[in-house]
Design a protein around this ligand. Structure first.
Ligand SMILES: Nc1ncnc2c1ncn2[C@@H]1O[C@H](COP(=O)(O)OP(=O)(O)OP(=O)(O)O)[C@@H](O)[C@H]1O
Length: 256
């Protein structure tokens, strides 16, 4: 478990209703959740339970209908679109199931793009940081490759580098291994586990118990409500199998 008792991200009484449907779809029914600084938190739940909606609502990709979201003590729901974009660019990193990279840029330039936009005056420091990240995650040798010239696992590790390049306060991951085979998925989870070991705060949505076993805490969402929480402590390779088995039992008891 994280030793840090500070809270990086917190939502209170969060609700989300989509008004685009008739009748409107009330998806989140009042979520209270605090993510500790340096914590690796996973959100699980059945398909349609509202996991992605929660992730989008707390990361400023979408606006909650009511409730509060605090990032580093700053209320996000009162920000205008430009301020929110700036917070996303400078304080948040994102990893999605599909890596959204520009096909006309090589891997390195794709990774650099948002960090340079966030800190245009710091080019040398940003390039140095991105080079170090790519080496660390084993993709330094493909930095000049095009987006279609690398494997899915390499591309997802590039997404992690891109998400970290701006030194975010929190890293959001929505099914980051959902499109990968099991060995590539393990590569990506090893990278995320390393990142967490460095102190990163991570909020991840996943269906995969093997991925969720890496987290320190798993929260379970049912029909738009957080109904259960499991503290797992720190992950180690030696305890991985046992953690997966224990998590699986817990998930089964929640009807997953
Ligand atoms: N933009 C939208 N407009 C209307 N309804 C939506 C919208 N986005 C999601 N929903 C609905 O909200 C509910 C929750 O969706 P959400 O994607 O958050 O669930 P999830 O738990 O992430 O599901 P999955 O595991 O399948 O990705 C679903 O019933 C979905 O159809």
């Amino acid at each position: 478990m994280s030793n840090d008792d500070r809270i990086t991200l917190e939502c209170k009484e969060l609700t989300k209703t989509y008004f685009s449907t008739e009748p409107p779809a009330k998806v989140l029914h009042g979520i209270d959740l605090a993510v500790r600084t340096g914590e690796f938190l996973v959100v699980m739940g059945a398909s349609g339970s509202g996991k992605s909606t929660l992730l989008y609502s707390i990361s400023g990709m979408d606006r909650p209908t009511t409730g509060s979201v605090l990032l580093e003590g700053r209320e996000l729901t009162s920000l205008d679109d430009a301020e929110m974009s700036r917070v996303r660019l400078t304080r948040m990193g994102f990893i999605f199931q599909q890596a959204y990279f520009l096909s006309n840029l090589n891997i390195q330039d794709n990774i650099l793009l948002p960090a340079l936009k966030a800190a245009p005056g710091d080019r040398d420091a940003v390039v140095e940081r991105v080079d170090a990240l790519m080496e660390r995650f084993g993709i330094g040798h493909v930095k000049r490759h095009g987006v279609t010239q690398v494997s899915g696992g390499q591309l997802q590790r590039a997404s992690i580098c891109r998400a970290l390049a701006g030194r975010p306060a929190v890293l959001f991951a929505d099914e980051p291994t959902g499109a990968l085979n099991s060995s590539m998925s393990a590569e990506v989870m090893n990278a995320l586990t390393d990142v967490h070991g460095d102190g990163a705060t991570i909020v991840m949505v996943t269906h995969d118990p093997a991925c969720a076993a890496r987290a320190e805490r798993v929260v379970f969402l049912r029909d738009g409500l957080l109904v259960d929480t499991r503290e797992q402590g720190a992950w180690t390779a030696e305890t991985a199998k046992q953690r997966e088995d224990d998590l699986f039992s817990w998930l089964s008891s929640n009807g997953f």
